[in-house]
Design a binder for this molecule. Structure first.
Ligand SMILES: Cc1cc2nc3c(=O)[nH]c(=O)nc-3n(C[C@H](O)[C@H](O)[C@H](O)COP(=O)(O)OP(=O)(O)OC[C@H]3O[C@@H](n4cnc5c(N)ncnc54)[C@H](O)[C@@H]3O)c2cc1C
Length: 201
């Protein structure tokens, strides 16, 4: 195990060599990468930065290495954040993959789901969006009406989602759907992941 001061020196040296100059300023509108290719960054350096950080697993520094993450301990993660801040480095990857569905899968996903989705999220391969709100279900999310029927090897989803930030650029959605219409309002809701390129979306 590398001691913390050594880790800091190695991290500082690596960042010095690998963080492009133009990534050492405040984020510029349109230059961020939120995953996927439907919306591209206007700064090519952003892709260099993303690729280098993703190779080290540092787009998700504390996620296990088995899922593409950096496998850092909390104290190492704090050192990394500190060193990134010192050079004013931008986050290499933003969006709902890295911030929302990734951590959720880490906590609740099956091994198959983790292996399928987490490494792709770390690399920024896909953009994700969040499908919770509906025209009649905002703060009172349990009013959601979108239904998903189990058809054996697929779910048939019917309903409307609204306020879905980034939907037009998203490749996948994590979506709340009603799978048991007989259950009390706050139950019978499932968390479905599917491609935004699915027929009918
Ligand atoms: C910029 C933006 C991005 C968003 N992105 C997403 C997204 O990506 N995915 C997604 O699923 N959703 C998204 N949302 C939706 C958001 O998460 C909320 O669910 C939604 O804005 C709240 O629902 P509503 O607008 O229908 O308001 P309502 O739920 O109808 O609320 C209207 C007003 O009534 C008040 N109110 C509601 N219930 C009560 C109560 N019981 N007691 C007292 N007051 C109450 C609320 O505070 C509010 O002032 C986004 C919203 C915004 C503004």
């Amino acid at each position: 195990m590398v001691d913390l001061e050594t880790f800091r020196q190695e991290t500082r040296g690596w960042l010095e060599q690998n963080c492009p100059e133009s990534m050492r300023t405040r984020m510029v509108l349109g230059e961020d990468i939120a995953g996927g290719r439907k919306r591209t960054s206007t700064n090519p350096d952003a892709y260099v930065w993303l690729q280098r950080m993703a190779e080290k697993g540092w787009t998700a520094p504390t996620w296990p290495k088995a899922y593409g993450g950096g496998g850092l301990r909390k104290d190492e993660f704090l050192v990394l954040l500190d060193e990134l801040q010192i050079i004013k480095a931008r986050p290499p990857l933003v969006g709902m993959g890295i911030s929302m569905i990734g951590p959720t899968l880490l906590e609740y996903g099956t091994d198959a789901q983790k292996l399928r989705h987490l490494p792709a999220i770390v690399r920024g391969d896909l953009a994700w969006c969040q499908g919770y709100s509906e025209p009649g279900a905002g703060s009172d999310l349990a009013s959601l009406q979108t239904r998903a029927e189990d058809q054996g090897d697929y779910y048939l989803v019917n309903g409307s989602k609204i306020w879905t930030s980034g939907a037009l650029h998203a490749d996948w959605i994590f979506c709340l759907v009603r799978t048991d219409t007989q259950a009390p309002k706050h139950e019978g809701i499932s968390f479905l992941l599917f491609s935004m390129d699915s027929p009918g979306v």
